[in-house]
Write a protein that binds this ligand. Structure first.
Ligand SMILES: C[S@@+](CC[C@H](N)C(=O)[O-])C[C@H]1O[C@@H](n2cnc3c(N)ncnc32)[C@H](O)[C@@H]1O
Length: 361
């Protein structure tokens, strides 16, 4: 999976543990919704449990990842079918054009040898696989995963490193992506507009909680998927639409109303809201919204922060412009249930829960 700020990799065992408890208490979980799917990690772990998953995002690259890793059925795209295509792509000669110029010369996100090959492979996918949407998404996913392994950033694309990252010297290599057997759904668009159309057993809600735009942080992946030679600006050569395509969840003024509207529209037996103590909203504000929907349990986990905060804050020239404040934050899972028995089962299994509950209710 790609490096993704706010990715819930470290929380997946806890999320699955809570789901286990819910299932063992008699609530069946056959379908799930992840409308802010990002890297698709959580959706992927749910699908790997045999759950039918609807995964969505308003960014095109995340939708593309979901189309490959959640919607497509691995049995339709076995290694015997994909590996020869990937070998063909890996063997293409580099073909420098606008992508190479912008992202390896004007900005140094990739070594030129890799940017040229990314460009050649992307052009080839467009020319040869545009008539098969799933296969195209799978090949683009393989390309994004390969490019992510040779980029020269700290994990976000707001800036590139002054000194080339050691991994950027490696050669780009497309591999068979982590497809899973079984189908699912990928949905593109603003979750506020579509969540009400899907009815599920379990909804996992993980919107952005601060002003950092995911489009700004991952503009290269959006460009790689759209392949639209966009107008770019600034040292990081961001797409111009980073300035205009805004999510209400990135706005301090709008975030509370947006989350309220989203929760109100959900049609799920069990809902889990992911949240940390560094966002616009307080834990109490979210719990107040959750209480209107059912029984609420809050689970807390200390979480090591994004590595960028540990190594410091740097400008695009690599100069240190800020200090590290702290290296740990708290992650919360706010679970909303319709059955008090299930609530008690979760409280019994997860340490910490009782103490937090008492301070909140
Ligand atoms: C915190 S990240 C999700 C991380 C994900 N759970 C993971 O583990 O990778 C939030 C995601 O919400 C998406 N997003 C922001 N506003 C949105 C909206 N209005 N509708 C749908 N997706 C949105 C962002 O593009 C981003 O991928």
């Amino acid at each position: 999976m790609i490096k993704y700020i706010g990715s819930k990799r470290a929380l997946i065992p806890l999320i699955l543990g809570v789901l286990d408890t819910i299932q063992r208490s008699g609530t069946e979980i056959r379908t799930a919704l992840d409308p802010f799917t990002g890297s698709t990690r959580v959706a992927h772990s749910l699908k790997s449990r045999g759950i039918y998953v609807f995964a969505g995002d308003y960014l095109n690259f995340s939708y593309t990842l979901a189309r490959a890793l959640i919607a497509a059925d691995a049995r339709d795209y076995p290694p015997t079918l994909l590996n020869p295509i990937l070998s063909e792509l890996n063997a293409l000669e580099g073909n420098p054009g606008w992508f190479t110029r912008i992202y390896s010369q004007e900005a140094r996100f990739f070594q030129e040898k890799n940017a040229r090959r990314i460009e050649a492979i992307r052009n080839y996918i467009e020319e040869h696989f545009s008539d098969s949407a799933d296969l195209k998404a799978i090949l683009l996913t393989s390309l994004i995963l390969a490019a992510d392994k040779v980029d020269s950033t700290t994990g976000v694309q707001m800036a590139y490193l002054k000194k080339w990252a050691p991994r950027s010297f490696n050669d780009l290599l497309l591999l068979y992506p982590p497809l899973l057997p079984g189908r699912g759904e990928a949905i593109w668009g603003d979750a506020l507009h579509w969540v009400g159309q899907v009815e599920v057993d379990f909804a996992y809600i993980d919107p952005p909680y601060n002003s950092h735009s995911y489009l700004g942080n991952y503009h290269l992946w959006e460009t790689l998927v759209l392949w639209d030679n966009p107008v770019v600006y600034g040292v990081a050569r961001k797409r111009l639409d980073v300035r205009s395509k805004k999510s209400p969840f990135n706005s301090k003024r709008q975030a509370q109303e947006a989350l309220k509207a989203l929760l109100k529209n959900l049609r799920a037996k069990v809902t889990m809201v992911s949240f940390n103590n560094e966002g616009f909203l307080s834990l109490n504000q979210i719990v107040e919204m959750a209480k209107e929907m059912g029984f609420v349990v809050v689970i807390e986990k200390e979480h090591k922060r994004y590595i960028g905060s540990v190594i410091g804050v740097f400008n695009p020239k690599g100069e240190k412009v800020g200090e590290v404040s702290h290296t740990k934050n708290k992650e919360y899972l706010i679970v909303i249930l319709q059955d008090s028995k299930v609530k008690r089962a979760i409280e019994e299994r997860f340490v910490n829960v009782k103490a937090i509950q008492q301070s909140l209710f």
